[in-house]
Design a protein. Sequence first.
Length: 288
Amino acid sequence: MSEIARHVWLNGEIRDARDASPSIASISLNIGTGVFDGMIAYWNEDHYNVFRAQDHLERLRVGAERMSLNFRWTTNDLLQAIDRLLAVLPPRTYYIRPLVLRAGPELFITGADALPVDLCIYAVLVGRDNDNPMNCCLSSFERVSSRSMPTHCKVSGIYVNCYLTRKEAEQRGFDDGLMLDRFGRVTEASAANVFFIRGERLITPEVSPEFLPGITRRVVLEIAERKGIKVEERVVLPEEFADFEGAFLCATLMEIRALARIESSEYETARHPLFREVLHEFRALTHV
């Protein structure tokens, strides 16, 4: 269960989290028109490292604009807001969630744009125990098509797709599911990008309109470039799973997580030197 911190930043003020609920008739609540993002504020003994905060906040802005939820705060304003929030919380590692929505009561699409845009930033306690490998299945749920939703944005309603994927995987005894797009290509897990290992190179689905290329995915690519690790960004098909030597997921909250199995294909990813090198470099970036 998520333990939400007592205080939140709401429209420029530090408030009690209990005062930040939207109306039950909020259009953002009822049909999922809110936009969110998430970043980790790593507590490293005596200071915070809010990892890639500016990248996350810029993506939040793009998504909000795409959903006509333009807000008045600059990225610098929001960076300061996160600092203000962390200053009133006990020093721990938190997942920081900015959320843009229309919290006021207006159930219908026509008329909703007249309501003010609300921006809330809240924090959830998280641990840093991500060493246990995961098992994935191939989801029966297709990744939401870019023809129907803005898939490069973190729009709340899109994550019903992710919720169903994860729930199905857990019901089948797996930890997560990999989704295919409408063309049968591997896209991502419920809320994480995927990399595969073959020989001395990483393979990952090429960026397309059909999935969200995450910020942690970008960090992995930067690590690979810096360390001279070859990367293939290309179409990946499910029949290739048995040909790979390893696989891992990456996302803000998940960080970098080894996969021990995808369906019947088993891997020793956690012991693979290429995975260990990427994981070591990632942890060096966040533990500063």
